[in-house]
Design a protein around this ligand. Structure first.
Ligand SMILES: [Zn+2]
Ligand SMILES: [Zn+2]
Length: 250
């Protein structure tokens, strides 16, 4: 399996990174996990505009899904003719939200020519060659953490979440644990929204993962150095703060 980071800025785009988007590939199949603002640019730079076979949206906060609206134009009006509908696994409200964000007063609201939607609910299911498991995590709206398995290898992505046991279960024994670390340790952070670097690392240790990849830092408000230092105090394995274009092969 290969993971390519297309965007990793938390909550809004940063000066050097679009918002959350990750391409997971195996056997020539490309699953795009989240599609945050700006990531359609890095999709073209690090993969290809049409190099997507399915999309999974963890939740419908705009920093995780807005480029799914921009992508309608690219697929519907492709110079070679409209492309076939793309499967999109997402919370049940996704068709309405994406259509509303895309459409104007005199435009058709239907986007079924571009996307075929499958509503997420906790459980396991196949997407292409992957065995995917999702579960609800600790965030104010319907949000799913994701475990992606292929030939004995595992990538787990936290989505946006505060501390929760579901995340430890999803990450159990993962080779790569891509985990959000939005908040700084020691700050007066609101509850039930996001993790700090130390909390991400504590989840990594409990789940006995191979490698911790920190993401969703908020460049304008955070500190990579402090987040990394806090994480290193709570997880003994390798830790990276991810960047657009970073690739991990497992
Ligand atoms: Zn977010
Ligand atoms: Zn969110």
């Amino acid at each position: 399996m290969r993971l390519t980071v297309l965007g990793c800025a938390g909550s809004f785009p940063g000066p050097e990174a679009p918002c959350s988007a990750y391409l997971v590939e195996a056997d020539g199949f490309r699953l795009l996990v989240d599609f945050g603002p700006g990531s359609m640019s890095t999709l073209q730079r690090f993969s290809g505009l049409y190099n997507v076979d399915a999309i999974l949206l963890t939740h419908l906060h705009c920093d995780h899904m807005l480029d799914a609206c921009s992508y309608i134009v690219a697929r519907r009006y492709a110079p070679s003719g409209p492309l076939p509908p793309l499967p999109v696994y997402a919370p049940v409200a996704a068709p309405e939200r994406i259509s509303a964000a895309y459409g104007g007063e005199n435009e058709p609201m239907a986007i079924s020519d571009v996307y075929t939607f499958y509503a997420l609910q906790p459980g396991s299911f196949p997407i292409g060659p992957f065995h995917v498991t999702v579960d609800r995590v600790n965030h104010p709206i319907e949000t799913y953490g994701v475990r992606i398995e292929h030939e004995g290898r595992v990538i787990t992505y936290s989505a946006d979440t505060a501390a929760c046991d579901q995340l430890i279960r999803l990450a159990q024994g993962a080779d790569l644990f891509l985990c959000e670390a939005s908040y700084l340790d020691g700050a007066d952070n609101p509850p039930d929204l996001h993790l700090t670097g130390r909390e991400a690392a504590e989840h990594a240790t409990k789940a006995e993962v191979g490698r911790l990849l920190l993401t969703h830092l908020v460049p304008a408000w955070g500190s990579e150095a402090l987040t990394l230092e806090a994480a290193q105090a709570a997880f003994e394995g390798p830790i990276d703060i991810v960047r657009p274009g970073a690739r991990y092969d497992i």
